[in-house]
Design a protein around this ligand. Structure first.
Ligand code: ADP
Ligand code: MG
Length: 240
């Protein structure tokens, strides 16, 4: 579903991605871990065409990600993104936030988009908060709206960039539960996270990014349970 081959990315003379390769098959969950500044967000942004890359290739379901190509909007629709900060429209209700993309980007008739948005909010456990504005919702509820909004575009994969890092600890679980359910439903996901319990339980694979290169990659139980590379060992030790 997602093929990343030898991707390089520079910001001026700072090489941020140094030949990253990663393949994610349909229905797989890959957790991307690594220290701050290792290039995790940049990699996700390259995958859904929010950022250009300087070398290598990224394809989504066989379609090359090229920010200059005519089909870049279609490609962005194929890949959902959920950010650390929920980025909801503050002056729109939860329901309107979820309807927005289908109505204005995909030209879905409003009545149909509304019904679909209701179902998605129900799926993330927010059927009772559909008409609330973001400021009236907790961080965990806002993030669940953001997930419903990503799903509304019917993406082939969803990228999560530290989706629980901005949340109070007691709200992390409700968001991880929604993500766990998505994984069970067969959604293809790349998840940047520091939640090692989630990674251990849900990820098919874990990749450890360090200094713009993948240092170690493998089954979650191997990478997290018996890391081979000293840098992975050091990183995991510090998380404890
Ligand atoms: P991570 O998400 O792993 O913390 P990032 O991908 O955000 O890492 O950043 C990787 C490196 O790229 C950092 O050194 C960061 O300062 C740099 N960087 C990220 N975005 C930009 C940008 N738009 N311009 C210049 N440097 C950037
Ligand atoms: Mg980041």
């Amino acid at each position: 579903m997602i093929e990343i081959h030898a991707v390089h990315k520079r910001f001026h003379d700072h090489e941020v991605l140094k030949g990253v390769s990663l393949t994610v098959n349909a229905g797989e969950v890959v957790c991307l871990i690594g220290p701050s500044g290792s290039g995790k967000s940049t990699l996700l942004r390259c995958i859904n065409g929010l950022e250009t890359y300087d070398g290598g290739a990224i394809t989504i379901a066989g379609m090359r990600v090229d920010t200059r190509a005519k089909n870049i909007h279609e490609l962005r629709m194929r890949v959902g993104m959920v950010f650390q900060r929920f980025n909801l429209f503050p002056h729109r209700t939860a329901l309107e936030n979820v309807m927005e993309g289908p109505v204005f980007v995909k030209r879905v008739p409003p009545a149909q988009a509304r019904e679909q948005a209701r179902q998605l909010l129900d799926k993330v456990g927010l059927s009772h908060r559909m008409n609330a504005y973001p400021a009236e919702l907790s961080g965990g509820q806002q993030q669940r709206v953001a997930i419903a909004r990503a799903l509304a575009m019917e993406p082939q994969a969803i990228l999560f960039d530290e989706p629980t890092s901005a949340l109070d600890p007691e709200l992390v679980g409700e968001v991880l539960n929604v993500m766990r359910a998505l994984a069970r439903d067969g959604m293809t996901m790349i998840v940047v996270t520091h939640e090692m319990g989630f990674a251990r339980e849900v990820a098919d694979r874990v990749s450890f990014l360090h200094g713009g290169a993948i240092c170690e990659s493998g089954a979650a139980r191997d990478v997290l349970g018996k890391p081979q590379h000293p840098r992975t060992q050091e990183f995991l030790r510090r998380l404890l």
